[in-house]
Design a protein around this ligand. Structure first.
Ligand code: PHE
Length: 432
């Protein structure tokens, strides 16, 4: 491949103004943690697959999808923020690393699957802290019925409701369908209601299966609390988000809803109706296995990997925490005179605002590209604008820590130096 093209997984992609995926991210494509036996992500995937007994388990071969699959086909508007270069990884204008497993909904429905679970790695540009990593794993689940099969739904739901009533689970449903979260005009509201009911029963029972056992083991008597709230996704309506009350906090674990009929029509199965959900495997695994930092999932250290075993939820025992080393970085943002240069690729993207000269995700991307998993968090600690000159200054604290060993101060200084150099070259910041 020449410098204008890039070979990935045996295919050649022409580079263009959209190309923004660094080699450090491409290096994650072959890892496939969800398929590594005895890895917590794989253990969790298996537990969920075993719960949804007769669902087809699917795992797409590649993380590279068309922007059409990831966005257009699912009804994302042209100006949706998720499409921007600051939020997603593009190979070029037409191909990208999927940002969610929903990118495979149409092809999976088209293949004729009615009950399925699809697990995969997904990629998003993001901030840096203990629960955000540019690669994570999602599981998409869906169930659809033909018009005939829908007739049995009411009695199926009654049976599921009865089973759930026997579980010590407190379900708070504050998502009562309203004008803001409507059924689809082409659906019979009675049937759509049963589909939404079935979705809720199916997920409540899965959540109980995963979290309920943990609760039972703990000394507290309190039942598990689950909360359903109204949400919005371009490819479902009504839509919901589910949160679990864990260690005194509500944690969002999944998004779901009644599949937009347009999706099923697109997939050439207009006679079917049903639901879909997408859940974040890391989020749930961090809770279930008590894993404190999302970077640990990528560790190849036996002290991490040896602790887990297929079929079992066990508590992670930290193998000594190595010290952190932080470096503060104060700088002036680039001056307005060269916003084009600073945001060249974005400006060429068209259709986006493109006036922002500095985006934190771009900053974090460079930090990660240089420091890899040695960067633990990046936090803004100061932000001010000089009243006279109008210039804006920011100060970030970069926290470095290895999961596996002690870092040397010289080593961290070298990383910090490289970070600064790249920030100056690529984002045109001016260190103070
Ligand atoms: N794809 C959505 C996300 O990543 C989740 C979702 C999946 C919502 C399926 C509805 C239906 O946030």
């Amino acid at each position: 491949a020449t410098t204008l093209e890039q070979a990935i997984e045996g295919n050649v992609y022409q580079k263009d103004a959209w190309t923004n995926t660094p080699p450090s991210i491409l290096a994650k494509l072959p890892r496939r943690l969800h398929q590594q036996e005895n890895h917590p992500i794989s253990i969790l995937r298996n537990l969920i697959e075993n719960h949804f007994k007769d669902f087809q388990a699917i795992s797409p071969a590649s993380a590279i999808v068309t922007t059409h699959m990831n966005f257009d086909e699912l009804g994302f508007p042209a100006d949706h923020p998720g499409r921007s270069l600051t939020d997603s990884y593009y190979l070029n204008q037409t191909h990208m690393l999927r940002t969610h497993t929903s990118a495979h909904e149409v092809e999976t429905f088209r293949a004729g699957h009615d009950k399925w679970l699809l697990s995969a790695d997904v990629y998003r540009r993001d901030e840096i802290d203990s629960s955000h990593y540019p690669v994570f794993h999602q599981m998409e689940g869906a169930r659809v019925w033909t018009q005939d099969q829908l007739q049995d739904l009411k009695s199926l739901n009654a049976k599921m409701a009865e089973e759930l009533a026997a579980c010590p689970l407190v379900i708070e449903d504050i998502s009562i369908s309203s004008e803001s979260n409507p059924y689809q005009p082409e659906h019979d509201p009675e049937l759509a209601k049963e589909i939404a009911q079935n979705l809720k029963h199916s997920l409540n029972s899965m959540i109980f299966r995963l979290f309920g056992q943990l609760k039972a083991k703990s000394t507290e008597e309190e039942p598990l609390r689950v909360r359903w709230i109204e949400a919005f996704f371009p490819f479902t309506t009504p839509s919901y988000e589910v949160e679990v009350f864990w260690n005194g906090e509500w944690l969002e674990i999944l998004g779901c809803g009644v599949v937009m009929q347009k999706t099923l029509n697109n997939a050439s199965v207009p006679e079917k109706q049903g639901w879909a959900f997408g859940l974040g495997l890391e989020r749930i695994a961090m809770i279930l296995f008590s894993i404190p930092d999302i970077r640990l999932f990528w560790s190849e250290d036996a002290r991490f990997l040896r602790q887990f075993q297929e079929g079992r939820i066990t508590t992670f025992k930290p193998y000594s925490k190595y010290p952190t080393c932080y470096k503060d970085l104060s700088f002036w943002l680039p001056q307005e005179k060269n916003p084009k240069e600073a945001r060249g690729a974005k400006a060429a993207g068209g259709g986006m605002t493109g006036t922002l000269a500095f985006h934190e995700n771009d900053f974090c991307e460079i930090v990660r590209d240089v420091a890899g998993d040695l960067i633990e968090s990046v936090t803004l600690i100061d932000d001010f604008t000089n009243k006279k000159t109008g210039r804006q200054s920011k100060c970030y604290r970069l926290n470095y820590r290895s999961m596996d060993r002690s870092l040397l101060n010289e080593e961290v200084n070298a990383l910090q130096g490289e970070v600064i150099q790249r920030l100056v070259e690529e984002l045109h910041i001016e260190p103070r």
